[in-house]
Design a protein around this ligand. Structure first.
Ligand code: FAD
Ligand code: DLZ
Length: 533
């Protein structure tokens, strides 16, 4: 991909190539670094615009800036010339475009080389760098993903409906991961999900994940973040994210050795006081570039071949990375920018304040939100079936919900956050990502967790003062969208159940849903809480 223009003053002599490395591109294998010459300059810039376009969790900013500083040091050790602009540099323009233009002038650069960014807004910005500097700009493929964007487009072009499962099979065939022969998955099936999805068994204690105590550089960044972004969401105290490739490799090794064997079985479980269960906690490292998805899949496959982890766990883990992660990226770039603007269920309610404060009597929501504040982390089922499910049932505005998910997680980047939130959790894309809305009543949360035991609400009650809000909101959601959902064969069962219910009970649930939602409105988040004011 080439951009750029001939506008601007003619350049005198060919200077060095300016190679731009963004904060989530801290990878040795980055295409922007291919063919690095002795005179080339790598530009890395800490800029306020990237820290505040949404008010990221403090831990996310600290993680990205620390990973950038460590990566710059790693490149310098290899003898690479790195021009690193810090956040507190008085000359900093605080935008990527501004820093690229300044560096191009400073080094009398001949051209600008970069790697395709992770977000649509940054790609638009990058496409303007040529015009602004008068230099040719080369935007190279991001090879850190297994599936190229062209390949995804070609695959999607042949389908009437996009479904992750079929894309995933293509990726298994293409990589040979967990394959016996070209069209023969190991174990005789592609997907072992029916062996997964158990509630945490009594007496099972999930091993704590490896944490990485902040070194001097990370501590300096944490102090900077605390000083510069004091009113951003979240706390820094528990920061323990990997910030280098070595840390990330150790995190992966720790997961494979201690949690992978039970990853599949307990993938969908939730438990009070257990924020991480058997999950890998590697998305932040993968997304910032210090861990390669192929290495994560290969390590899991090796564990299975060595008899150290069962197939249901290993296949389930590889599917998340080779399947879901690659798939959501493909959907994002296929559908943007229109994707973000859809609102298929016409959800318009404001985000309630408790999404920021965690102050709610619903135990599952309280657990998910308070751990998100403290750790910048919640696992998939908490994101999908607790905070996401509530947002779906309550009809919260997708723009506000998307912004919340972008703000609160250390691993949040729009290419992965948006399809998961807008598509999978909120069904705002009308079914591009998921064939039916992931809507569930309190019974699901009770089946998969122990939250309901200590909750102020009664999960068995659908009406009355102590009724679990997920119950009446669920049936109100089904009734509210009955016409639209009626066209979806996968929603036939709940619609049939609703039709068979005592009409008085339905009316009572819907009345209670209306009062609950009206009361919620008065406790909505103050405007712009997550947004840059
Ligand atoms: P594990 O559960 O251990 O899974 C292993 C890896 O698989 C993850 O590290 C991740 O790279 C990948 N993965 C798993 N599920 C998905 C998925 N649905 N999409 C993409 N990759 C997946 N993931 C992000 O990386 N960034 C986000 O901003 C993000 N936002 C989400 C928002 C919502 C509403 C939902 C439902 C999911 C979101 N996810 C996001 C996907 C998933 O929840 C996280 O990747 C996962 O919880 C990260 O924790 P982990 O590393 O312990 O993952
Ligand atoms: C997320 C982030 C943050 C917080 N800060 C910076 C930064 O100061 N400089 C930079 O180059 N990148 C940063 N990033 C990552 C970018 O936001 C990311 O590259 C884009 O969102 C594209 O994925």
């Amino acid at each position: 991909m080439r951009g750029g223009s001939a506008r601007g003053a003619p350049r005198e002599a060919a200077g060095p190539n300016l190679r731009v490395v963004l904060g989530d591109q801290c990878s040795d294998t980055l295409s922007a670094l291919d063919g690095l010459g002795p005179d080339d300059v790598v530009l890395m810039a800490e800029v306020r615009a990237e820290c505040t376009y949404v008010r990221h969790h403090k831990q996310k900013i600290a993680l990205v800036l620390s990973a950038m500083r460590h990566f710059a040091a790693r490149l310098r050790q290899r003898g690479v010339t790195v021009d690193y602009v810090t956040l507190d540099d008085p000359a900093n323009t605080h935008t990527l475009a501004g820093e690229v233009a300044r560096a191009a002038g400073r080094h009398r650069a001949a051209c600008i080389l970069c790697t395709h960014p992770g977000e649509w807004r940054v790609l638009q910005d990058m496409r303007g760098w040529g015009e602004a500097t008068g230099l040719p700009v080369e935007i190279r493929e991001d090879r850190r993903f297994v599936c190229t964007l062209d390949r995804f487009r070609a695959w999607a072009g042949t389908r009437k409906q996009l479904r992750m499962e079929f894309f995933y099979r293509e990726m298994r065939r293409a990589t040979g991961l967990l394959m016996e022969a070209p069209d023969q998955p190991v174990g005789g099936q592609w997907n072992f999900d029916q062996d997964n999805r158990e509630r945490l068994a009594k007496g099972v204690v999930p091993p704590a994940p490896l944490r990485f105590p902040p070194d001097a550089e990370t501590q300096a960044v944490m102090a900077l973040v605390a000083r510069e972004f004091p009113d951003h969401f979240g706390t820094l105290d528990a920061f323990g994210w990997p910030v280098t490739a070595e840390d990330a490799a150790a995190a992966l090794e720790d997961f494979v050795a201690h949690r992978l064997p039970d990853f599949g079985t307990y993938q969908d479980a939730m438990a009070e006081g257990e924020p991480t269960l058997f999950h890998a906690l590697i998305a932040a490292a993968l997304n910032v570039g210090i861990l390669d998805p192929r290495d994560a899949c290969a390590a899991a496959e090796r564990a299975w071949r060595a008899g150290e982890a069962p197939l249901n766990a290993v296949e389930g883990f590889i599917r998340q990375i080779l399947g879901w992660r690659e798939y959501v990226r493909g959907v994002y770039w296929l559908r943007m920018p229109e994707y973000r603007a859809t609102n298929a269920l016409e959800a318009r309610r404001r985000l309630p304040w408790f999404y920021w404060s965690g102050e709610t009597e619903m135990a599952c929501l309280r657990a998910a939100i308070t751990q998100t504040r403290d750790l910048a982390y919640a696992h998939h089922i908490q994101r999908l079936m607790v905070t996401g499910n509530f947002a779906l049932l309550a009809g919260l505005d997708p723009a506000e919900v998307n912004e919340w998910y972008m703000v609160v997680y250390a691993d949040a980047y729009e290419w992965v956050e948006l399809p998961n939130t807008h598509g999978m959790a909120l069904h705002a894309d009308g079914g591009v990502m998921a064939s039916k809305p992931y809507a569930a009543s309190g019974a699901y949360i009770n089946r998969m967790s122990d939250h309901c035991r200590g909750c102020a609400f009664d999960v068995k009650a659908a009406t009355g003062a102590r009724a679990c809000p997920f119950n009446f909101l669920y049936w109100d959601f089904v009734a509210r969208h009955a016409e639209r959902l009626g066209k979806n064969p996968r929603m036939a069962m709940p619609l049939r159940t609703l039709a068979r219910m005592d009409p008085q009970k339905v009316r009572a649930m819907r009345d209670q849903a209306r009062s609950f939602l009206d009361a919620l409105e008065t406790g909505a988040a103050p405007a712009g809480q997550g947004r840059l004011l």
